[in-house]
Write a protein that binds this ligand. Sequence first.
Ligand code: PRT
Ligand code: ZN
Length: 286
Amino acid sequence: MESILKIAVQKKGRLNEKSLKLLNECSIKLINGGGKLISVARNFPVELLLIRDDDIPQYVSDGVADIGIVGENEVLEKDKPLDIIEKLGFAGCRLSLAIPKEKEYEGVEFFRNKKIATSYPNILRKFLDDKGIDAVIHPISGSVEIAPNIGLTDAIFDIVSSGSTLISNGLKEVEVVMRSEAVLVANKNLDDDKKIILEDLLFRIRAVMEATSNKYILLNAPNESLDRIIDLIPGMKSPTILPLAQEGWSSVHSVITESDFWEVIGKLKENGAQGILVVPIEKMVV
Ligand code: PRT
Ligand code: ZN
């Protein structure tokens, strides 16, 4: 029988849409559009299991699923034996300690003998143990941010991204304990057939991620500044240079990193570049 790689993906929530989008960009076409509990792909040997993100580490370490897409925070909290294969660059956030904004804060000693509400008791326990701080951890599963306001705890330990939830609850972030993003995790005992499918999938995922962090750039430049322009946008191997119909000018095609874009664009203009086009890349294999 042909092998199938089972992928656990969050059923509903912050990770769901981007996980399905990533698979779609890897050209994995899911029957049912990923809407049912289990869906299969038409053109790639994978099957999708849609479950709560909290269950993904367990499912993958037990082998009910072979791989999964989940936040690093859940992986660390559940502490199951599994391999983190790749960081996926979405659902970025941090896990932080926060206290009422009017309280003075001079360091982690603040938390000694205090009550802290959290949905991540294991990560918090480890952090406090490492710092030698004895505190009372109050595990709750939702709306952690209201705990100090209703007099339940002195502080919270929760996920923060923009910080606006903290502000609207009169809290301030005082310690960042960890940073997290979505990761691809795998069962530790995949058989050889599944490993081959996983390698193929990883190849595609990396090509999609390379493509999103890079842009294709086209511009026109006077021939006398070509050397400097090539230094600015060296591309994957070297840029393509094509002569323009207009004497003394060339068209330059290359690839730049999204993060370098604004800095490089200014320097290209200083060197006489005109008609600069920056276009998205769909897939990129380096
Ligand atoms: O139902 P299920 O259990 O599957 O979902 P869930 O409710 O447990 O998780 P979900 O969908 O909220 O989040 C899934 C994962 O997304 C988390 O485990 C994180 O890895 C990641 N992530 C990224 C976030 C956030 N950003 C985030 N901002 N998870 C939650 N939040 C919440 C946070 O709990 C807080 O209430 O958003 C609020 C803070 O946001 P800001 O922008 O106001 O700071
Ligand atoms: Zn959850």
